[in-house]
Design a protein around this ligand. Structure first.
Ligand code: DGT
Length: 230
């Protein structure tokens, strides 16, 4: 199915890929997306785009990530607007390589994080409406389409333990309940597929595995991600 999608893309662009085969790496906070991306960094056919978290921490010297965690009611619209802009830039970034691996996407920002803010009553309805109109507009563009989603599936307990261990300063107030709820939303979106329609195929990896054995899990799925080169 994936290969035929690829062939279609090639055919419709007259033999030239209109955009790289685009893979979004998704999963809860602390699921190991960074480690996964590092594994593919060595491959010459893959452009790896890390999440623009440094930009969120330094938007003309404002740490929007910190502001959002400190006072989500006040800052979530500002933060999500900036996440949406920086993610759009990642989707539109041109690459020399035929495969593009992205850490997260416009889709998880909307379907997981905005969803959670909304459920908690932390984003006002009119703000949500503006985010949604932008989202609906930009996700119609060809550049923002995905060909595959890799879901790094963890239990919320493991994700939470990793967050505590890495001790990122902005995340010091993150409670287990937040990670559990984000887990449930990721599950509904990518595993049970009961939340939002998901056009791209999804492959699910067991990301609870310890770092010493997770490479094997990556290797199992590597052909899905890499054997698309025509
Ligand atoms: P990893 O390598 O799987 O541990 O990935 P992380 O945890 O470094 O990356 P990610 O994207 O799960 O989260 C980075 C931080 O940014 C985390 O504190 C959650 C936050 N974050 C990411 N995207 C959004 C968003 O769209 N909205 C909100 N409110 N927070 C977000």
């Amino acid at each position: 199915k994936i290969i035929s999608k690829m062939a279609q893309t090639v055919a419709s662009s007259g033999g030239d890929l209109a955009r790289p085969f685009t893979v979004a790496v998704e999963g809860n906070v602390g699921s190991g997306k960074t480690t996964f991306l590092q594994h593919f960094n060595k491959n010459q056919n893959v452009a790896v785009l890390a999440e623009p978290i440094d930009m969120w921490r330094n938007c003309s010297s404002y740490n929007l990530l910190e502001l959002m965690y400190q006072d989500p009611k006040k800052w979530s619209f500002t933060f999500q607007s900036y996440v949406q802009l920086t993610m759009l830039r990642q989707h539109q970034r041109k690459t020399r390589q035929p495969i593009k691996l992205m850490e997260r996407s416009l889709y998880s920002a909307r379907y997981c994080f905005v969803e959670k803010l909304c459920r908690d009553g932390l984003m006002a309805k009119p703000s949500m409406e503006v985010i949604d109109q932008w989202f609906n507009y930009v996700t119609k563009l060809e550049d923002t389409q995905l060909d595959l989603i890799v879901y790094l599936r963890t239990s919320p307990e493991v994700a939470f333990e990793r967050i505590l261990k890495r001790n990122r300063s902005e995340e010091r107030t993150v409670a287990f309940e937040y990670i559990r709820d984000l887990h449930d939303i990721h599950e509904a979106w990518l595993y049970n597929k009961t939340l939002h329609k998901c056009k791209a195929p999804v492959i699910v990896l067991n990301a609870d595995l310890d770092q010493s054995v997770i490479e094997e899990e990556y290797m199992k799925f590597e052909p899905h991600i890499l054997n698309k080169i025509p």
